[in-house]
Ligand binder design. Sequence first.
Ligand SMILES: CC(C)(COP(=O)(O)OP(=O)(O)OC[C@H]1O[C@@H](n2cnc3c(N)ncnc32)[C@H](O)[C@@H]1OP(=O)(O)O)[C@@H](O)C(=O)NCCC(=O)NCCS
Length: 201
Amino acid sequence: MVFADPGTIGFEVNGTQWQLRPWALADAPVLAQAWADSEVARWNPVPGDASVAYAERWISGWHQRLRSGLALDLVIESRSALAPRSMAGEVSMVGEIGIVGEVGLVGEVGISGLEIDRGRAAIGYWLLPAGRSRGLAAGAVTALTNWVFARHGPDPIGYLDAVCHVDNVAAHRVAERAGFVSVHNDVVGEATDRVTLRRFA
Ligand SMILES: CC(C)(COP(=O)(O)OP(=O)(O)OC[C@H]1O[C@@H](n2cnc3c(N)ncnc32)[C@H](O)[C@@H]1OP(=O)(O)O)[C@@H](O)C(=O)NCCC(=O)NCCS
């Protein structure tokens, strides 16, 4: 096994508890919804087939991608057991003090592009609208990065790259917030419309 199974990774953002966990078949409708989201599709590689059936097939391959070292993709979700998946995409206001309600599964953060000989891998991320604008992506990227550096198995990862489109300023900021630093394109050999941010273990 090239990637170890992380199980569940908990983290906190502004007093709210979140967790990263493996994809489960029941998540397929939300994954299909994410693939169809215009911002996710604009900035992230998504399959041409954004159906729930294809999302189920993709999720079925989760363990195989983990074992082969192809990818370690984790769901970002709120920790409340009361959050039904059908509520993803909603943020409810409860009571006069305006407590933000639980929103369930709102995004993904994942590792791919593993190069064992260089000890390098890439990190990617997206959020559904319900998860955006609350600092959540930076929290999720930080949590997974820390786990990768601290817990990775026999083939240690020495550094992670976040490769973003130059126009996706919010994605750059997320990486910077998570401790990644911009690397010149000449060094990484990346296309000119891309920005690479790197964090070492
Ligand atoms: C990009 C994305 C991950 C950002 O996640 P988020 O948790 O909502 O990020 P936030 O709203 O907390 O913003 C992060 C930072 O970017 C800044 N930002 C947000 N939108 C911005 C914009 N349009 N222009 C400039 N800065 C922006 C915020 O002010 C914040 O800055 P700070 O760290 O100095 O406070 C999320 O919007 C998303 O999933 N978008 C669609 C898919 C995507 O772009 N994935 C990344 C591919 S590399």
